[in-house]
Write a protein that binds this ligand. Structure first.
Ligand code: ATP
Length: 263
């Protein structure tokens, strides 16, 4: 990543606690981070370490107790059109066609209906759904629904896409396919992406940097820069090198570990 590129996200000393049954849980502790425009960042960490909470605060869906997030220099305190959150359940409305689902996000913009349709069709074609525009979500496969969700997010031309385990529900074949699509489009549009994933290979395949979070309270334990050009070869020894580093981080390579990790 070019150090000359501008900073899009600045996270400063972010902390967050929740109260569950009168007990305070310190979820995030003093997280600071900078992300450059066009970077893909993955967040890996065991279940409950605060990944989704962190993503939600960046997106303005949750408030931090202290610290702040700056998006393009402006403090984030509510959801913003520049930043779209993409969930694993696709979020498509079942009573609207694929085209109308993609157009939905654009309805708040002051676009002429023809322009809105044209933009929706453009992004549907980009994600490989040309010819499927008039189908309803239930008539699509899971992978196609996810692509429609991605098209809807991209059509808004966000500067930042937040993804919470976006491909977790897909089979390997569809997941690989969509990872490639995402990279291709991301390189074209220069969108910045922050991705929460439980899939180590996915993180290495897509990311410029991987943030390893540790729990209790959640904090960034380590940052791993993936210095490989894209597209990457999952079977290459360089790829395996990063797998090994990350597996060791989570102690998967140690035979005597008894802790059960859900990452
Ligand atoms: N709205 C909430 N109210 C109270 N506690 C919450 C809330 N949201 C999250 N928590 C708690 O905060 C902690 C972190 O949750 P979070 O969902 O951010 O973790 P995560 O790393 O994304 O987990 P997973 O990988 O299982 O999705 C958990 O202990 C969870 O129970």
């Amino acid at each position: 990543m070019d150090s000359q590129q501008s900073t899009i996200i600045k996270v400063e000393n972010l902390s967050k606690s929740y109260t569950n049954k009168n007990k305070e849980i310190h979820v995030l502790d003093n997280i600071s981070l900078e992300i450059k425009q066009g970077e893909i960042i993955s967040i890996l960490g065991e279940s409950g370490c605060g990944k989704s909470t962190f993503l939600n605060i960046i997106g303005g869906f949750e408030k931090a107790d202290s610290g702040q997030v700056l998006l393009d220099g402006n403090v984030v305190n509510q959801p913003n059109r520049k930043c779209i959150m993409l969930f694993q359940d696709y979020g498509l409305l079942p009573w609207r066609t694929v085209l109308k689902n993609v157009e939905l996000g654009l309805e708040g913009l002051k676009l002429h209906p023809a322009e809105r349709k044209e933009r929706a069709l453009h992004y549907l074609a980009l994600v490989g759904l040309k010819g499927k525009e008039d189908l309803f979500p239930h008539e699509l496969s899971g992978g196609m629904q996810q692509r429609a969700g991605i098209a809807r997010a991209l059509a808004l031309k966000p500067e930042l896409i937040l993804m919470d385990e976006p491909f977790a529900a897909l089979d390997t074949f569809n997941r690989y396919y969509l990872q490639d699509e995402l990279l291709r489009i991301q390189q074209k549009e220069k969108t910045t992406i922050i991705l929460v994933t439980h899939d180590i290979d996915e993180a290495i395949y897509l990311s410029d940097r991987i943030l390893i979070m540790h729990p209790n309270p959640g904090h960034i334990h380590r940052e791993i820069k993936i210095a490989l050009s894209k597209p990457r070869d999952r079977s290459h020894s360089d790829f395996q090198y990063y797998r090994k580093i990350i597996f060791e981080e989570f102690h998967f390579n140690h035979p005597n570990v008894t802790t059960e990790y859900y990452i």
